[in-house]
Unconditional design. Sequence first.
Length: 320
Amino acid sequence: MSIMRAAYASRFDADDPLAALVVGERPEPTHPDPDWVTVEVRASSLNHHDLWSLRGVGLAADRLPMILGCDAAGVDPDGNEVVVFPVVPDPADPRGLSLLSEHHPGTLAERVAVPRANLVPKPAGMSFVEAACLPTAWLTAYRMLTTRGRLADGGSVLVQGAGGGVATAAVVLAVALGKRVYATSRDPAKRERIAALGATAVAPGARLPERVDVVIETVGAATFDHSLKSAAPGARIVVSGATAGHEPTVNLRRVFAMQLEILGSTMGTAAELAELLDLCVARGIRPVIDGVHGFSRVDEAFARLHSGGIFGKVVLDHTT
Ligand SMILES: NC(=O)c1ccc[n+]([C@@H]2O[C@H](COP(=O)([O-])OP(=O)(O)OC[C@H]3O[C@@H](n4cnc5c(N)ncnc54)[C@H](OP(=O)(O)O)[C@@H]3O)[C@@H](O)[C@H]2O)c1
């Protein structure tokens, strides 16, 4: 059995997820289905999902050890440069879907096996490092703004916790789509960086100059009340994460009186990923990158994500 280097969860640690991370050797990916192919990973990026997995959220103990990672860009067996769409069939449920690293080994490895249908051409002008940012956080932000948030019908957006991968993506995409964008961050230095992206940066909880049409919510309990208060009549509050707690207090009176829509959103489709790539190429959009770490420094990259101090995506360059 041949082996490859990989970053994987060996166990769960709810309090100290970094302690459950192992960088070592795992078997090469194989898949019995002839429609699956193996991609040589050139770059990957981390998501909060990887920390949840190390904590034991969304990953069952009987699937350990599990190679982490949802995002990758690399080269397919025919030599094509590709971006990997990370939503794959759920082997436990024929009608269900899962993310790479939930049932099938993830992308934080030399190679990853995926259905051929999950390969999206990497735009020629985009580096592997840039492309590896897009499949989870950027796709999630794109779907939240467009399909779920129906931003085309609105003029303004609020993005909560703007340092995160999804949040920075939402800021950049909403600015590129010509909307008025407000974003909160607890960190004054991050607020400066948000302003440089073209958004109006405010402290968490601050009153906005206007009520917004769409709210992008990935923080959860710490910001949800502010999201409700900032929403214009008929606004969409789109939720895809709850980093700071998933059981906020919700003022239902405000929900019905303002006729608000609270919408869940998860990932996106392969077609939406292709649309996102086209948009990035057409508008010259480049992902916001917190830092690029060599694969041999994967533990350092995880520590950076875990610190909460990030601004944009934490990327792994698999060629170093
Ligand atoms: N459903 C899906 O398909 C999907 C896809 C991607 C992500 N997600 C979820 O979305 C969330 C965001 O993920 P991510 O990878 O983009 O980044 P992340 O690491 O969760 O985001 C970090 C940001 O969250 C904000 N934050 C964290 N704790 C906070 C607190 N107590 N109060 C206020 N803000 C806080 C911070 O903003 P500031 O420091 O700027 O204040 C920080 O920059 C995660 O929960 C993730 O699981 C879901």
